[in-house]
Design a protein around this ligand. Structure first.
Ligand SMILES: [Zn+2]
Length: 353
């Protein structure tokens, strides 16, 4: 079962990549395929965040269901996608009906709105988990029902914490995703429709992960608990095992910069970055295998504002992945007359070679 994940221009690349990564990690019969329109941008370039600088999504941008499905349809035509394949659009646009997601039964096209989730789950939630839930839920519905009418006949108008909750009140979606489950009635439909077991396994195991992540995060925030961070410079990732195995990817320059600040618990004055030029260069070389003097010179060239851009990008990525409360241990911050530093107690940090 091939499932293409695509995005429109209002869906930030970082959101898209987070969703795709989580989906593609889930093992099973569903094969997730990356958008062919995004192949030019890989995680390994320093350019991947350039477009994040663009204007945020316009909240007044509305599309109809058919306009959203047309984006899927155009993608199919452009890349000659098989009609049995599924195409999922991650959209930054609102829709007139105010739905989070929907499916075009006839043509295997779907959309999921990537915005406004924080209104219901709070700014601390990592949206990509919620979007993954939606993707899996629609694929399951596609296997359970053969028409839109069948779907509508089976929905629960009173929320009971089942995938089929209709959520007329948008806020009811929190119950549905927190439980990430199916009621006995819906399980019976699955049984009667002979939905393949290996497909179900994939759906349920990803849901389990989503549920675990939401619970982990809420508890960690409640306890305001400092969690371990494992840094893998060569893979350019920060790994947070205590927060439900969150993986945060940084581009090479950001990773280099972050590693420098981790190695200096007392912090660094941004005006004296030049004193650390050699260390930056060494780190950058280890990460990229590239003895790129120009790139490292860029990092400490104060005049064109590069360090503060790197700093705000790193902080933004951390907040997007960890939520504001937990991220505050790991972000680069400056207080009063102190230099910039990362608050985390270094006993909690493991730096892999
Ligand atoms: Zn149900």
């Amino acid at each position: 079962m091939n499932v293409h994940i695509i995005r429109d221009e209002h869906c930030p690349l970082a959101v898209y990549q987070n969703v795709f990564e989580k989906l593609s990690k889930s093992a099973g019969v569903i094969r997730f395929i990356k958008s062919k329109d995004d192949t030019l941008i890989t995680d390994d370039t320093d350019d991947m965040f350039n477009e994040r600088e663009r204007e945020p999504i316009n909240k007044y941008h509305f599309l109809s269901f058919s306009q959203l499905y047309d984006i899927c349809e155009n993608y199919r035509k452009k890349h000659s996608i098989d009609k049995n394949d599924h195409v999922f659009l991650l959209s930054g646009a609102n829709n007139y009906q105010n739905w989070f997601s929907n499916m075009d039964h006839q043509r295997n096209n779907y959309f999921v709105q990537v915005t406004e989730w924080e209104l219901f789950f709070g700014a601390e939630t990592e949206v990509s988990f919620l979007l993954c839930y939606q993707v899996m839920a629609w694929l399951l519905k596609r296997n359970m029902f053969s028409s839109e009418k069948e779907v509508m006949d089976a929905v629960h108008h009173k929320p009971i914490g089942c995938m089929m909750d209709f959520c007329e009140e948008k806020k009811d979606i929190t119950l549905k995703i927190r439980t990430a489950d199916l009621c006995p009635k819906c399980l019976n439909i699955i049984k009667s429709k002979d939905v393949p077991l290996n497909f179900l396994n994939q759906v349920f195991s990803l849901w389990e992960e989503i549920r675990k992540n939401i619970a982990f995060r809420e508890r960690a925030e409640f306890l305001n608990k400092m969690g371990r961070m494992i840094i893998n410079p060569s893979k350019k990732i920060l790994f947070f095992p205590d927060y439900g195995d969150i993986v945060v990817k940084l581009p090479p320059k950001e990773m280099t910069f972050y590693q420098l600040f981790i190695s200096e618990p007392n912090g660094i004055n941004m005006n004296s970055l030049i004193d650390h030029a050699k260390t930056l260069k060494d780190y950058y070389f280890i990460i990229t295998g590239n003895d790129d003097i120009a790139a490292t010179e860029n990092i400490y060239s104060i005049h064109d504002n590069v360090p503060s851009q790197l700093l705000s990008r790193i902080n933004r990525i951390l907040v997007a992945n960890l939520g504001k409360t937990l991220a505050s241990y790991y972000t680069l911050e400056k207080t009063m007359n102190e230099p910039h530093k990362i608050r985390i107690n270094r006993e909690y940090v493991t730096l892999l070679p």
